[in-house]
Design a protein around this ligand. Sequence first.
Ligand SMILES: [Zn+2]
Length: 252
Amino acid sequence: MKQTNHKGVIYFKSEKIRVSHGFSTRLGGVSKEPHLAEMNLGKNLGDDPASVEENYRRMASAIGFENGSIVFTNQIHSNIVLTVGKADIGKVYDCDGFVTKEKGVTLAVRSADCVPILFYDDKARVIGAVHAGWRGTVDRIQQNCVRAMCELGATPEGITVLIGACIHKCCYKVGEDFCNTLYERLGRELTDRYVSPDMYADLVGLNRELLEEMGVRDITASPDCTCCKSDLYFSHRASKGKRGVMSAFISL
Ligand SMILES: [Zn+2]
């Protein structure tokens, strides 16, 4: 994944995906409050609505999608992935992921430590976007996205996946709740592999393995930990919850 600067907007994209897409950082926006500066894309975090609107306009211009073509998620830490189209533009849904094969529909998922994942099948021209918090990860939202894409004509081996910056094992100390749920849903082997004995969890590795289980082979993950690099990314944990939010976008 490559860091890109478009008129001061810093974001990440990959040559592997040949349609408009990118992961925002916290740089290049107009939000003023120190904990929201600069590129806050959250509408309910106490930011000036005009600043958030301008930030979306800048991201649209940088990445190359039409501002006003976005379908939004409420992000309820579910494993729900919805198939959307032009009729859904501007709407907000109780889910954590979208797929589409319609041109001009921008899929967006927000994050600030959780795992943002973008999906693309070049041959079938189908795209997807997922917000994988730990609950969504454990409940296999990444696999649900692959399934929904396949219903639109994609194939697992044809799908390219980008995993954006998120909290990494170095900083992601988890509790009993996490371990018990992981153990219950995914079994001992995966729990032992992705949670260290001192309770640090590797969400990137877990998402990667669950995608590989579905037959997806082309997976690229950002090497960055949002919590370690909180000058470049918003991090829920680094800021103790007082922070803005980033977004990943993809559009055919
Ligand atoms: Zn870290």
